[in-house]
Design a protein around this ligand. Structure first.
Ligand SMILES: [Zn+2]
Length: 236
């Protein structure tokens, strides 16, 4: 698991959001689930070819009825990777806004997105790390020597192991198809669900959890890259 480095020295912050988004949904009349989550991000998805009146709507996260959410999702789906999960609150396109402070080699903010400098991306690829797809941010940095930051577009992999503290789930709602879930305090990953050819990914069930392989951690440490911290996850 990879986390933001909150120690002194890494003061970089982004006041930026991804360019487009799917809206949240109004609470379902049957199950009361609603809203949206900002964790699913596809920075390399370019929606700019959609009609301008739709693009205006795709900048607005305000909750809409489920039918309107579905309609917008179908507009976006052909432009997103086939594996992409498209849920209320999903974000697309370059992270856009302003940047402040000093950034490490790698950078995380709010745990859900992982950024890195271009030369770091190239170094990690040269070391043989796999599954590193990234797109440049559209951020104006204050100060000299602005970093050339890219945001990783992360695939979704990994399931919770069925034993131990797996979440309690309801069945999917018959109206909206969503289900309520509790995320365990202690995560145990199902070894069989982990990808063989990707060294960094988002947990397919807990979207705010970014997971890297031991190979990724070893490479980052060997190259002396700063900006993030790693925590171990149990795999069974
Ligand atoms: Zn529902």
């Amino acid at each position: 698991m990879v986390e933001e480095d909150t120690s002194l020295g890494c003061t970089g912050r982004l006041a930026a959001v991804n360019k487009w988004c799917l809206p949240g949904v109004e609470p379902c009349l049957e199950c009361r689930l609603g809203g949206g989550a900002p964790w699913l991000v596809y920075p390399c998805v370019d929606l700019s070819g959609l009609p301008p009146h739709e693009l205006r709507k795709l900048k607005d996260p305000w909750p809409v009825p489920f039918e309107e959410f579905s309609r917008r999702r179908e507009l976006v789906r052909p432009l997103a990777p086939s594996w992409a999960l498209l849920e209320p609150g999903t974000q697309f396109g370059p992270c856009t806004g302003k940047g402040f402070g000093s950034f490490g080699a790698l950078f995380m903010q709010d745990s859900a997105a992982l950024f890195l400098r271009r030369e770091v991306l190239e170094a990690l690829r040269a070391e043989g790390l796999r599954g590193l797809q990234a797109c440049p941010v559209d951020v104006r940095f204050r100060g000299a020597n602005p970093p050339e930051l890219l945001e990783l577009q992360l695939e979704l992999h990994g399931r919770l192991h069925p034993t131990g503290l797996a979440p309690v789930r309801s069945g999917p709602c018959s109206t909206c198809g969503r289900r309520s879930e509790d995320w365990p305090q202690h995560i145990i990953l199902d070894a069989a669900s982990l990808p063989q050819d990707v060294d960094v990914f988002r947990h397919s069930e807990g979207w705010a959890t970014l997971i890297v392989t031991e190979r990724f951690v070893d490479t980052v440490k060997r190259l002396g890259l700063d900006g993030v911290m790693f925590g171990e996850l149990e795999v069974r």
